[in-house]
Design a binder for this molecule. Structure first.
Ligand code: HMG
Ligand code: MG
Length: 298
């Protein structure tokens, strides 16, 4: 049975902004997160403690986190690829972190400069330290429906990495279609294969919209039983100068999709679209999602 409740994880301030060519000020990031929290979203990925040489847009994550309330109803996870990042996250007072692996060797090397096996070894002490400190851990798996360097990725390879992260102590596994190559039928098969190794209620879907299939893939994954989906306000992400690059499925698309299915996400669509307009104005463009355009035109 498809789940009757769904949780949206807003990843715009991290996955959306990490690719932007022009810098976004710390004050604008904080304002974005404040507005997102006011829409009813309860999980907002706020940044990442990664090398500023690799991802300069996230270099001010500690400053952003200093403005957030970790004792309120909204959770603000951050990415931590190693103990270095975890120590910084802990010092900032976070209650939720995420480690990120890939189902493709080539992508793992490009993204985090090590093999899949090395990355899992590196995550083990991070997950242990987090759990000892009472910090929740999510594990990402990238390239679950295709890799930009390697092409096809077998669902079994995804299930292996997902199971390793889960066994290590990651409470939730987010399956990332990093390059948006998935289609609904491939998504259905993937979820079936992974759910045979990791319980369905611990899976999340993370779909990028590069080929326009993200909302359809969310629908397919939901029909299989997935109840948590990542999305970014305004469809943030990608770079306007990089051909084919695209962001996550827009959060407003999912709020609309699930409203039509009678599934309440708890998010106010109009204030979400106003938030999309706010951040997109700062980036010098309009929200890309059709739902945002339709709400603005109505
Ligand atoms: P490395 O160069 O192999 O690391 O990078 P290293 O341990 O050899 O250290 C090299 C330098 O980086 C040192 O500095 C370290 O201190 C520093 P130096 O001595 O040369 O001055 N360093 C750090 N600085 C800040 N924070 C840290 C940190 N660690 C080391 N945590 C590393 C390895 C993982 C750090 C690097 O490859 C990196 O930062 N990669 C960034 C990866 C990233 O952020 N990718 C985007 C997020 S993943 C994603 O978007 C996919 C997802 O959305 C799901 C999907 O769509 O599929 C989640
Ligand atoms: Mg992503």
């Amino acid at each position: 049975m498809p789940p009757s409740r769904v949780t949206l994880v807003e990843v715009g301030p991290r996955d959306g902004l990490q690719n932007e060519a022009a810098p976004v000020s710390t004050a604008d990031k904080i304002e974005l997160i404040r507005r997102l929290a006011a829409t009813g979203l309860t999980l907002i990925e706020a940044g990442s403690f990664v090398s500023p040489r690799w991802v300069p847009q996230m270099a001010d994550t500690a400053e952003v986190l200093a403005a957030l309330d970790f004792d309120g109803p909204v959770r603000y996870p951050v990415l931590t690829p190693n103990l270095h990042g975890f120590d910084a996250a802990r010092a900032a007072g976070v209650r939720d972190i995420a480690v990120f692996a890939a189902a493709s060797e080539a992508f793992s090397r490009r993204n985090i400069n090590c093999s899949i096996a090395e990355s899992l070894e590196r995550f083990q002490p991070v997950v242990e330290a987090a759990r000892t400190a009472g910090i929740r851990v999510r594990g990402y798996v990238s390239c679950v429906l295709g890799c930009p360097y390697q092409g096809e990725v077998a669902p079994e390879a995804v299930a292996d990495v997902a199971a390793r992260l889960s066994d290590m102590g990651c409470e939730q596994i987010s399956l990332g279609d990093t390059i948006g190559r998935g289609t609904p039928e491939a998504t259905r098969r993937l979820i079936g294969t992974v759910a045979a190794r990791v319980p369905m209620e611990r899976l999340a879907g993370h779909f990028h919209d590069t080929w326009g299939m993200a909302a359809a893939n969310v629908y397919a994954a939901w029909r299989e039983g997935v109840a948590t989906f990542d999305a970014s306000v305004g469809g943030l992400g990608g770079c306007p100068y990089a051909r084919g690059a695209s962001g996550n499925v827009a959060t407003e698309d999912l709020v609309h999709l699930f409203a039509g299915l009678g599934v309440d996400t708890g998010v106010d669509l109009v204030s979400l679209v106003e938030t999309a307009v706010f951040i997109c104005e700062r980036l010098g463009r309009s929200p890309v999602s059709k739902v945002a355009k339709a709400v603005l035109a109505s």
